[in-house]
Design a binder for this molecule. Structure first.
Ligand SMILES: NC(=O)c1ccc[n+]([C@@H]2O[C@H](COP(=O)([O-])OP(=O)(O)OC[C@H]3O[C@@H](n4cnc5c(N)ncnc54)[C@H](O)[C@@H]3O)[C@@H](O)[C@H]2O)c1
Length: 280
């Protein structure tokens, strides 16, 4: 067996309490990384950390609201204080709409299913009547949260002259307007541009910055899809050439590639693990 792909590396994962972030934390630990698991759901972050400890890995967890600069600073400090450095950041914290709470499907039903149905016979008004404050909230978590996480963690990399790797999580919604509500798609397009911009700014110091734009992945965020009837589910799956939603581990593996030295010539790039959605 070769050496673990993230041996001696320290990784910070936002949104590490659930879904893609949790799968990434576990996968990185398997490959030898020490992991800081950050999430607004403190108990879920602690649970991920415990799962890592149970398999003999190294992890620490912390409650972080990614919209807070101070929280992001504490998260970066925890990596350096607990594990002596900071090599990788994966920004997997995110919301699909302003009232999103990971693991609680009720607000999803209201925001995504009921609201949309209300506008079926009033085309155009869903856009005009959209609440700008809800727009701010989604942008604050998905876009500004990504910026703040990068600023805090990259500062530690610069201080220690670490040629680290940053992986942001956008979505196919960064490029495809049908893959989410207006604030979500706009925020993800922003994450993708932010990634490209920061990659160019940090290239000269050898810090790589890449993005993952997943298709539809089996997490709390897409649980609402399971409420569709059989015919609708079949139609949905037929949109995807591989005929199914992806699993969080399939995104974690892409993050692993982007954080390992195997991707040493990638920066400012986006990978789309999406079952072929874009190739239709
Ligand atoms: N599931 C999909 O189909 C899919 C597709 C494309 C992109 N994504 C993106 O992947 C990322 C992870 O989503 P997921 O599908 O694993 O959903 P998830 O709900 O399982 O995970 C999201 C995590 O982010 C945390 N979070 C939310 N707001 C936060 C905040 N303010 N501060 C800190 N943590 C916060 C949640 O508590 C949760 O643990 C998100 O950015 C999402 O937009 C998901």
């Amino acid at each position: 067996m070769g050496e673990a792909r993230l041996a001696n590396k320290v990784a910070v994962i936002t949104g590490g309490g659930n879904g893609i972030g949790r799968a990434t934390a576990l996968r990185f630990s398997e490959e030898g990384a020490s992991v800081v698991v950050a999430d607004i759901q403190e108990d879920k972050a602690a649970e991920t950390s415990q799962m890592i400890a149970d398999t003999g890995g190294q992890a620490a967890s912390i409650r972080v609201d990614v919209t807070s600069g101070a929280d992001n600073e504490k998260m970066a400090d925890l990596a350096v204080d607990s594990f002596g450095g900071l090599d990788c950041l994966v920004t997997a914290a995110g919301v699909s709409h302003a009232n999103y709470v990971s693991g609680d499907i009720e607000p999803d039903i209201k925001n995504i299913v009921t609201n949309r149905a209300d506008y079926l016979d009033r085309p155009g008004w869903e856009f005009v009547e959209g609440d700008p404050e809800e727009f701010d909230k989604v942008l604050a978590v998905n876009l500004k949260g990504t910026l703040l996480g990068m600023q805090a963690c990259v500062a530690r990399m610069l201080e220690s002259e670490t040629k680290g790797s940053v992986v942001t999580v956008a979505s196919i919604a960064a490029k495809h307007p049908d893959a989410g509500p207006v604030a979500y798609t706009t925020s993800k397009a922003g994450v993708w541009m932010l990634t490209k911009k920061v990659a160019r700014m940090l290239g000269p110091v050898g810090i790589r910055v890449n993005c993952i734009g997943p298709g539809f992945i089996n997490t709390h965020m897409t649980a609402v899809i399971d409420l569709m009837d059989e015919t609708e589910t079949a139609e949905f799956n037929n949109m995807i050439p591989l005929g199914r939603r992806g699993e969080p581990i399939e995104i974690a593996n892409a993050a692993l590639f982007l954080c390992s030295d195997e991707s040493s010539y990638f920066t400012g790039e986006i990978l789309h693990p999406d079952g072929g959605f874009f190739t239709e």
